[in-house]
Design a protein around this ligand. Structure first.
Ligand SMILES: [Zn+2]
Ligand SMILES: [Zn+2]
Length: 412
């Protein structure tokens, strides 16, 4: 195994080697004093070249090493085993290794660096993480990565165990909601906060199911995830349908045991399970940053609104024309005040037209800026939205039904 010595080290590094050679360091910790020299060598190889150069006997595993206490010598067996066992029953292909150290040990290493005068050292922690990662790669065939891992292993060195973090799996899609009784997300019972009581019949929920729960079902079964988070690009009222191309969403699967998902199969199972209440389109894999993009998007939306009000169509058209020319000041509606701060927002109706009118009823198609409360814009919300269609027409109006026709996000 001995190769010709060609390791050209600076004079100062020889002095460091001389100061450190008889201090009982293992070959890994000694070599690491020169970690930023001799690119492409392992630390024991670096150690060997420096000791050869100094005419010093080679260093070995040193169970009493003052820096690592023999940790690097034991790395292959117990720590790799602990990693593999920590992730048993979980599918993973990409991983990151980290470690928690006794702070005194890290401080001792720093003071030795100063004492030996090295400018080329690599810390024990980063070397341990890297070496453990290499061994785990060799044993499992998975890839050690710093970006988007499936799992993170934290080797708690003082405690002697590995903590596992399983990162979520994300799926992107669009949903259509054809049922006027479904909330978008699970809605905990307000009386018992989800624990289950007489009011909710022990379910802990205000509504038996939701778009989230219907979509999550097949994914939970397929992945064994512990739960889901549903991130919609906004939300519609429970009694509003969501039509057109549907509303974009990202489904987050929390602590999944399986990460490889057959999306075509999910689509089929969803269709069977949703029984026409919800339809899911354009399923594809997604990633965490898309959650932020979906939540922060402010697309315009188109609605069909059925209105009850005794007004001639010509007058409705005049009212709509006026409405398009001015901004709306909307104070947070009382019905959402429990989850939105009470303030006045300025919004615009981008386009509006009457599509049908008969017998004290008319139907509108309108397109608005993101965040416009459409029902309140029609009815006036007791003066909290000004001007409203009702105030412009000078007659009381009531919204009979409301559907979202399109969410005009830029994608697709
Ligand atoms: Zn050591
Ligand atoms: Zn309850």
């Amino acid at each position: 195994m001995t190769e010709p010595i060609t390791f050209d080290i600076p004079e100062a590094a020889r002095a460091t080697g001389q100061r450190a050679a008889d201090r009982g360091l293992c070959s890994e910790c000694f070599g690491r004093l020169f970690g930023r020299l001799g690119h492409g060598l392992t630390n024991p190889e670096r150690a060997r070249r420096v000791t050869d150069l100094l005419g010093h006997p080679p260093l070995g595993e040193a169970p009493e090493c003052p820096v690592c206490g023999g940790l690097f010598g034991r790395l292959s067996t117990p720590w790799v085993d602990r990693v593999v066992r920590a992730a048993e029953g979980v599918e993973w292909h990409r991983f990151t290794c980290g470690s928690r150290w006794d702070p005194e040990r890290l401080a001792r290493e720093e003071s030795l660096w100063i004492e030996f005068g090295t400018e080329w050292g690599e810390s024990a922690r980063s070397a341990f993480n890297r070496e453990l990662g290499k061994k785990v790669e060799a044993v499992t065939g998975a890839a050690g990565v710093t970006d988007r891992p499936d799992v993170v292993f934290l080797a708690d060195l003082p405690v002697g165990r590995v903590e596992l973090t399983v990162l979520p799996v994300y799926v992107r899609g669009r949903y259509r909601k054809l049922d006027r009784t479904l909330p978008q997300t699970r809605w905990p019972c307000r009386r018992c906060q989800g624990r289950g009581c007489d009011t909710c019949g022990g379910t802990g929920k205000t509504y038996p199911t939701s778009v989230e729960e219907i979509i999550a079902g097949p994914f939970l079964r397929a992945t064994g995830a512990e739960g889901t988070r549903f991130h919609g690009m906004g939300r519609e009222d429970i009694d509003a349908r969501m039509l057109g191309r549907g509303r974009p969403f990202v489904l987050e699967l929390v602590r999944p045991r399986v990460r490889t998902i057959d999306l075509a199969r999910m689509q089929t199972e969803l269709a069977a399970e949703a029984a026409g209440r919800v339809e899911v389109l354009e399923l594809r894999p997604s990633e965490a940053p898309e959650v932020v993009r979906v939540k922060e998007a402010t697309p315009e939306k188109s609605y069909r609104v059925g209105v009850v009000g005794v007004v001639p169509v010509a007058k409705v058209n005049e009212g709509l024309e006026l409405a398009l020319r001015q901004a709306i000041a909307q104070r947070t509606p009382t019905r959402v005040a429990h989850r939105r701060s009470d303030r006045v927002r300025t919004r615009r109706v981008v386009s509006a037209r009457v599509v049908e009118a008969a017998d004290g009823r008319f139907t509108l198609d309108i397109r608005t800026e993101a965040g416009t409360y459409v029902k309140e814009w029609v009815e006036g919300d007791g003066g909290r939205t000004e001007p409203s269609l009702s105030s412009l027409l000078g007659v009381p109006l009531k919204v009979e039904f409301l559907d979202v026709l399109e969410v005009h996000d830029t994608e697709g």
